[in-house]
Every structure is written in structure tokens, then in C-alpha cells.
Design a protein around this ligand. Structure first.
Ligand SMILES: N[C@@H](CCC(=O)N[C@@H](CS)C(=O)NCC(=O)O)C(=O)O
Length: 267
């Protein structure tokens, strides 16, 4: 059986859970608590030197990187195919999944500036720094320090909003030929974005698409209606976490929506 190291609300891990749910596959669940720093445990870092989730172990092989893991699962786990059989179709899926790391970076910017910062500000400065000082990537540490300092006022938030504007525009165009991002079939291209959208919804940012992109809005509602959404995403969010998202996101909703509307005008 496949072993999955994951975090309850970690969006990259949720991507892999959705793929497993779409396959109808069972897995050995190994939760990693990102809030208490279990990702920095030296034993876990032997599996994933980047100190992030997800990681899988399958037939003795360790694999990291959610996009790569999803392709591997599609190849080795029985169930419905989540990519077309023809090379051009697979390449079109790949064009979407290739963007996921940069979109994830933008999602992380929004989460850190709206939620993590507010939660960490309630702790003493030494505690705050502990959340990111062990991150192996210096660029990631610098990003966290900047966001802890400036919050949503950081120019990194503008960069993230510009990335979403481009993504939603591209999706709106692709979905004109839908119903899914690459056409008739639901694929890894769709799967890779669902947990990102849900995170933005939890951060009270859904207006970014519901106000401007009707096909994207419809696409996300159809993704949420699939059984895999409840099994792999919604059921994993603990009630106190959902409450914290609401508490910290609601006061910033109008600011973020207005900044996004400005971004759309500029882009
Ligand atoms: N490119 C990696 C990114 C993985 C990643 O950054 N995961 C986040 C959760 S979504 C994480 O584990 N963060 C740990 C931390 O913030 O310390 C992937 O797609 O697997």
C-alpha cells in the first residue's frame, strides 16, 4: 500500500489526496503537523530534504513534489485514467500542471499574509521566528520574514494577485471549450488547482473569480460537487482551523478584493 505523509490543510498534500480519492485508492496515512514543526524532524527530512509535505513511499521508493507524485499515482494505481492516452493530450495537461509551483507560491503568499501572520503575531517574537528559521531554502525564509513584517501591504501580495489574474483569465478561456480545463475529461490539470481554490475561498478571496470569471466559478462549483472534494479536502479541515481562517480573513476581504480589481485593470 502507498504511504502518504501529509498535512490536514496543506494544499499540496490535498492535491495528492484528491488524486487518490479519484482513483478510489486506500493509503497509509502519516500526518505531519506543520504548525508544530514536524516537517523539520531529521527523520522526516531524510525522506523529504525540503522539509515540506507531501511525500509518498510506494513499494520502497520515496517520492516528493506533488505534481510529480500525482503523475506517478496516475501511472501505477488502478482506477480511472487522469490524463489522456495520447501524447498531445498529456502535453496539454502538463502545460497546466507545470504552473502549479508558481501558483502554490502565490497561494502561500496569501495564506501567510492573511492568516499565518495574524496567528503568529499573537506569539512572542522568538516563537514567531521559530516557524520559519529552520526552512532549508533561504529564499523561503526571506519571504516569510518579509510577510511577517509587512503582511498584506507587501509587494509580494501584488505579485500573487497578478499571477491569479493571469491564471483565471487563461482558465476562463480554456473553459469556453470545457467542461474541464483540457476538454471533455476531468484530469490532473483540474485536480492540481482545486485545493488552491479552496484555500482562497477559506481566505475569503472567492470574489476574485465569482465577480469576474463566470466559467471559472462554475468549474470550481463542479469540482466541489465531486465526491473526491469532500473525502480529500473538506473533511480534513479541523473546525478550529476553519474558524481561524474566517476570523482573520473577513476583516481583509474588501481590501484584497479591491486590490485584485485594480490588478485586473493593469494586467
Ligand atoms: N513544490 C512542493 C511544495 C510543497 C510545500 O511547500 N508544501 C507546504 C504545504 S502546502 C509545506 O509543507 N510547507 C511547510 C512549511 O511551511 O514549513 C510540492 O508541490 O510538493
Amino acid at each position: 500500500m502507498l504511504t502518504l505523509y501529509h498535512g490536514a490543510s496543506a494544499v499540496c498534500a490535498a492535491k495528492v489526496r484528491v488524486t487518490l480519492a479519484e482513483k478510489g485508492a486506500d493509503y497509509d496515512s502519516r500526518p505531519v503537523n506543520l504548525q508544530t514543526g514536524e516537517q523539520f524532524d531529521p527523520e522526516y527530512m531524510k525522506l523529504n530534504p525540503n522539509a515540506v509535505v507531501p511525500t509518498i513511499v510506494h513499494e520502497g521508493n520515496v517520492l516528493i513534489e506533488s505534481t510529480v507524485i500525482n503523475e506517478y499515482i496516475d501511472d501505477v494505481i488502478p482506477g480511472p485514467a487522469l490524463r489522456p492516452a495520447d501524447p498531445y493530450g498529456r502535453a496539454r495537461v502538463r502545460l497546466w500542471t507545470k504552473r502549479e509551483d508558481t501558483i502554490h507560491d502565490a497561494i502561500n503568499t496569501m495564506t501567510a499574509s492573511i492568516l499565518f501572520r495574524a496567528e503568529l503575531m499573537q506569539k512572542p517574537p522568538e516563537e514567531r521566528q521559530k516557524r520559519y528559521e529552520k526552512m532549508p531554502d533561504p529564499a523561503k525564509r526571506a519571504k516569510w520574514a518579509e510577510i511577517m513584517d509587512k503582511g498584506v501591504e507587501s509587494p509580494l501580495v501584488d505579485e500573487a494577485l497578478a499571477r491569479f489574474a493571469k491564471l483565471f483569465r487563461d482558465m476562463e478561456k480554456a473553459l469556453a471549450k470545457g467542461p474541464w480545463l483540457t476538454g471533455e475529461s476531468f484530469t490532473l490539470a483540474d485536480i492540481g488547482l482545486i485545493s488552491f481554490f479552496y484555500r482562497l475561498e477559506m481566505l475569503e478571496c472567492a470574489g476574485m473569480w465569482t465577480w469576474h470569471f463566470p466559467r471559472v466559478t462554475d468549474w470550481f462549483e463542479r469540482c466541489k460537487a465531486r465526491p473526491s472534494f469532500k473525502i480529500a479536502i473538506a473533511d480534513h479541515i479541523p473546525a478550529p482551523a476553519a474558524a481561524s481562517y474566517r476570523l482573520h480573513s473577513a476583516p481583509l476581504r474588501e481590501t484584497v478584493e479591491a486590490r485584485f480589481a485594480e490588478t485586473l485593470k493593469l494586467a
